[in-house]
Design a protein around this ligand. Sequence first.
Ligand code: ATP
Ligand code: MG
Length: 260
Amino acid sequence: MDTKEKFSKSGIKGFDKLIRKGIPIGSSVLVEGGPGSGKTIFCLQIANNACLRGKKVLYMSFEEPERKLKEHMHGFNWNPEKFEKQGLLRLERFRAIDISRSVEAMLSEAKRELLIDIHPILMPKDFSPDIVIVDSLSAIAAAFSGRESRFRIYMEQFFRYLERSNITSFLIREVTHPTHLRTSYSEKGEAVSFLADGIIVLYDILDKYGKRSSALEVLKMRGINIKRKIVEMKIVENKGIVVYPNLIIGENIKTRFSLT
Ligand SMILES: Nc1ncnc2c1ncn2[C@@H]1O[C@H](COP(=O)(O)OP(=O)(O)OP(=O)(O)O)[C@@H](O)[C@H]1O
Ligand SMILES: [Mg+2]
């Protein structure tokens, strides 16, 4: 196996600079950020670029309907319909409640929680993806509200399934996150963090002049010597997410912003 088969580039140039060799194939990567920080667009772009390279992508949406996701993609001049026709892309909407119900049913059948081996509920049987995107884990977690241990069990099984199948996954998680400079990222201690091989954080930055901008950080990526810095990113019409690996947030932002 050569390097090309072990690592996968995202096709988002500035972002690829941060992860150097690429994302190890079979990794589970959390994509975290606050509301409107660009998590969905980032993952749709990953999906689009992977399809361009002939990879099969399953986008599991627990939030927006399929139609909306396609509209977002059209806004960046991407063509999801073409990939669907080629059998490369599946954009599907699922209901989180269906997962929590099935888990309950399986657990009561299995009697003992340790016995269960959950097949990733709702995964289409006639499609074997290289990449799975889940938008979002937060929506699934909400359906397990009050039964967090059940959610943990489901997640462990889900991660195990992805690993066994050598599927690279991008799992969106909504977090309340820093909206200003020099606030360190703090782990919320949720079960999925230690299961994930990588964490990408999208930030919404507010400078002292009241101007907002977006930033991105690769917080962890097992097996890769990542560049550890928070850098500026933009969501650009007809293009998608653009990451600027040399524009570090913190040091130069005051100067740059006071000039605008
Ligand atoms: N075609 C476009 N051109 C430029 N910017 C866009 C375009 N479409 C969306 N955006 C910007 O992207 C932002 C966030 O996108 P996205 O839906 O990916 O966020 P999110 O993190 O998934 O949010 P949520 O938590 O609500 O799901 C929007 O607020 C909008 O400003
Ligand atoms: Mg979203």
